[in-house]
Design a protein around this ligand. Structure first.
Ligand code: NDP
Length: 483
């Protein structure tokens, strides 16, 4: 490489550094000096290179790209970023759920599929998974579920017993367990899987009419998966298969794409739907609620600095734009709080002022001090630091108020979310979609995952498989007997 004139190395305060090879000592064999500020600064910075890793979705891979809207869905939403012909910049971060930052990429797990759209009306984050459903429908069970996926407090190992104990005691998990144990439990790389907003959201049009919505992102690269045996081979060679695949593809100009689609349900349809449309363990059948084309997302730019742009990326379902809103999905409601809260803890109070999280539209708020207070948000007048004020500080705009929502049942209680809920039909529908080879891999994957689990727990889980489809239970039993 041609030698160029180089910049002078400095401390973080900009003071020129005279020696970056040798510490300062008393005599050539003597002890170090506290006044060697360059050494002290280097060690102190290294000690602080880590921030708390995400409790879930710690290991991730991401890239930047665009959303282009190719179809007119203005009858459903007034969101400017979703009008025909609109184009906005975006960031995607994919992840496994359970593994820590150093976990291998191709482990069997659900994958996070988090999208941040930098729209002119603020950031819109759609923080979904590669599956349309989830293990639990009540957020009160989420910390318990995650504990079963993490390390046992005494052995410090992951515990198949804990996982199957929890799942067998939580029949609502069967649908997601079936997807997890199917081929789609180990995609070959982020490009080869679908994404789903998973929750039910709502859309509001220019007339103030609200419909319920689910988001789908269909991979244009096709679905590709690893079997358990293949994934072990891959992990033996590299723990970073997804980073290599996604980063490499984009460097080579092979830009992955997904087709964005929505399903729409009116309030009348929601009332008549045989399931609770806000239940995260259920899908809306395509036959009843067909997919509607919206546009295409393309990932075409790698981050320049992984930590700064991917580890620092903070997605939260609470970030919505006019024309898109929430629903009574209990899991969504909890995540609206929990995700932003996780980032305040993980990154600091003003985490949305970090470059990767910063909206690309003007921002005016009255939040004051705290970590990362690097910005000026006083609209040019330092006297306007509270509201209401007489100093031309920003004010609300009532045109952004959402239409009111009415609730049929206004009684507050802890409703039993398991009572009379059909946890089996949709899991069975999925099972019956699989061909014989897919079914056999499902049986084998479950049998392998159940090794070491007490028989009473296995028996309890097999009752659930039986209720979804007798062939499902029979296949798992046969696979267990064959091990
Ligand atoms: P459809 O026949 O219309 O749709 C079946 C769906 O199953 C397709 O979207 C297909 O995805 C997906 N699929 C295929 N193999 C797998 C797998 N191994 N893991 C997860 N999904 C897979 O049927 P319905 O809409 O009536 O749904 C039937 C079942 O399909 C549901 O119970 C649910 O488990 C599953 N499903 C339904 C979805 C929905 O939103 N309705 C979404 C995803 C799954 P693709 O098109 O990419 O091949």
């Amino acid at each position: 490489m041609a030698e160029q004139k180089r910049e002078t190395l400095t401390t973080t305060a900009g003071n020129p550094v005279g020696d970056n090879q040798n510490s300062m000592t008393i005599g050539s064999r003597g002890p170090l000096l506290l006044q060697d500020v360059h050494l002290i600064e280097k060690l102190a910075h290294q000690n602080r290179e880590r921030i708390p890793e995400r409790v879930v979705h710690a290991k991730g891979w991401g890239a930047f790209g665009t959303l282009e809207v190719t179809h007119d869905i203005s009858q459903y939403t007034k969101a400017k970023a979703l009008q025909l012909g609109a184009r906005c910049e975006m960031l995607a971060r994919f992840s496994t759920v359970a593994g820590e930052l150093g976990a291998a990429d191709t482990e069997r797990d659900v994958r996070g599929f988090a999208l941040k759209f930098y729209t002119e009306e603020g950031n819109w984050d759609l923080v979904g998974n590669n599956t349309p459903v989830f293990f639990v429908r009540d957020p009160l069970k989420f910390p318990d579920f995650i504990h079963t996926q993490k390390r046992h407090p005494k052995t410090n190992l992951r515990s198949p017993t804990a996982m199957w104990d929890f799942w067998s005691l939580s029949p609502e998990s069967l649908h997601q367990v079936t997807i997890l144990m199917s081929d789609r439990g180990i995609p070959q790389a982020p490009m080869f899987m679908n994404g789903y907003g998973s929750h039910t959201y709502s859309m509001i049009n220019n007339n103030g009419e609200r419909v319920w919505v689910k988001f789908h992102f269909k991979t244009k690269q096709g679905h590709k998966f690893y079997t358990n045996a293949q994934s072990k081979e891959v992990i033996g060679e590299t723990r970073e298969a997804y980073q290599e695949a996604l980063f490499g593809a984009i460097e080579q100009g092979e830009y992955p794409q997904w087709e964005m689609k929505i399903q729409v349900m009116t309030d009348e349809q929601a009332k008549a739907f045989k399931y609770n449309p806000f239940d995260l363990t259920k899908v809306w059948p395509h036959g009843d609620f067909p997919l509607i084309d919206v546009g295409i997302i393309t990932l075409n730019r790698n981050a320049e600095n992984y930590f700064s742009e991917i580890e620092n990326a903070a997605f939260s379902p609470s970030n919505i734009i006019p024309g898109i809103s929430f629903s009574p999905d209990k899991m969504l409601q909890a995540r609206i709080f929990a995700y932003a809260d996780a980032h305040r803890y993980r990154l600091g109070t003003h985490y949305e002022s970090l470059p990767v999280n910063k909206p690309k539209c003007p921002i005016h708020h009255y939040h004051k001090d705290g970590a990362m207070r690097t910005f000026r948000n006083d609209s040019g007048n330092p006297d306007a630091y509270y509201e209401p004020n007489s100093f031309n500080g920003p004010v609300e705009d009532s045109s952004y108020r959402e239409p009111a929502q009415s609730l049929d049942d206004c009684t507050i209680d802890r409703y039993n979310h398991r009572d009379g809920n059909d946890d089996y039909t949709q899991a069975g529908d999925l099972f019956r979609l699989f061909d014989d080879e897919q079914k056999q891999r499902l049986f084998n994957n479950i049998a392998e995952a159940m090794q070491g689990v007490p028989q009473a727990i296995i028996d309890r889980q097999i009752v659930h498989f039986e209720k979804a489809d007798p062939d499902y239970a029979a296949g798992v039993k046969a696979a267990l007997a064959a091990i």
